[in-house]
Design a protein around this ligand. Structure first.
Ligand code: GLU
Length: 283
């Protein structure tokens, strides 16, 4: 029995790529007699717009999906803090005051999510009272866990390579966003009982970090299903702020949501959109 989830961030309207993602997760749950969860990922207080959550629910219902909604991230901040304190007590977090620009200028290596942090503040801890973020010391964490593996339903068995992303931020310095995506999503999937994490292939690389966090925090290990991405006519993945009409626009224009869902299930992509064949590393 699969417990899957669709976990949109309410910082822009949903587009066809989200519809596809939600349908894949929904169907993988239903086909196994399992549960399909909706979680609003509103950890980014500055960018989240509360009213979009209502729009998302209308979009999903228009596509003919049914779901159980689990608590939004904004209601789980205390749990994120407890987990961060646990990792800090294990000596695996260090404070960092570097800005994005400083990291881009200093780092030599590119990781799956941009420049890899070169460890500046691990080597030379920051002084003063400026706000700091907290980074995971990935080498120390991996030394503690040993080699880890994870299972993707499409890509097969993977050896976890959290080192490729480097020392990621787990606690952000801006007060609006207390935990990073990596920490919040890992804890939420465990708390919600998700046993098949279904999401786009653009998040494939993030799973290496999540697998490490699960081991460190003693969380259950789910399976993953990173599905293909919808690409626009230029071969770029569809983006909220770019090229594709939102689901809400289509719905309000009177389009038939059930017919659209049937089309997406059949792999018939509307208007110039294609499905990527690459299963991972698509940022
Ligand atoms: N909240 C993320 C997004 O909207 C998805 C996270 C996930 O599925 O793990 O892109």
């Amino acid at each position: 029995m699969n417990v899957t989830r669709f976990a949109p961030s309410p910082n822009g309207s949903l587009h066809l790529g989200h519809a596809f993602s939600a349908i894949v997760a929904h169907d993988l749950a239903r086909q196994s007699g399992g549960r399909f969860l909706l979680r609003i990922e509103d950890i980014d207080g500055a960018r989240s717009r509360v009213e979009l959550a209502a729009e998302f629910r209308e979009d999903l219902a228009w596509l003919g999906l049914t779901w159980e909604e689990v608590p939004a991230q904004s209601s789980r901040v205390d749990e994120y803090e407890v987990a961060a304190a646990t990792l800090a007590a294990m000596g695996l977090l260090y404070p960092c005051k570097c800005t994005r620009a400083e990291i881009a200028a200093a780092s030599m290596a590119m990781g799956p999510d941009g420049p890899v942090y070169p460890g500046t503040c691990r080597i030379d801890p920051p002084a003063g009272d400026d706000p700091v973020s907290w980074r995971l010391d990935v080498a120390a964490a991996m030394a503690r866990t040993g080699m880890l593996a994870w299972q993707d339903e499409l890509a097969g068995e993977q050896v976890a390579r959290p080192d490729l992303a480097g020392d990621v931020v787990l606690v952000r310095k801006d007060a609006d966003t207390p935990a990073s995506y990596h920490l919040a999503v890992t804890l939420d999937d465990a708390a919600d009982g998700v046993n098949l994490v279904t999401r786009g292939a653009d998040l494939f690389a993030a799973t290496h970090i999540h697998r490490l966090l699960q081991d460190l925090l003693g969380l259950p290990v789910p399976r993953w299903h990173h599905h293909a991405l919808l690409l626009d006519t230029d071969g770029n993945k569809l983006a909220k702020r770019r090229n594709s009409p939102s689901l809400a626009d289509r719905r309000r224009a009177g389009e038939d949501g059930l017919a659209l869902a049937a089309q997406l299930r059949a792999g018939e992509m509307p208007g110039g959109i294609t499905l990527s064949t690459r299963l991972h590393d698509m940022a």
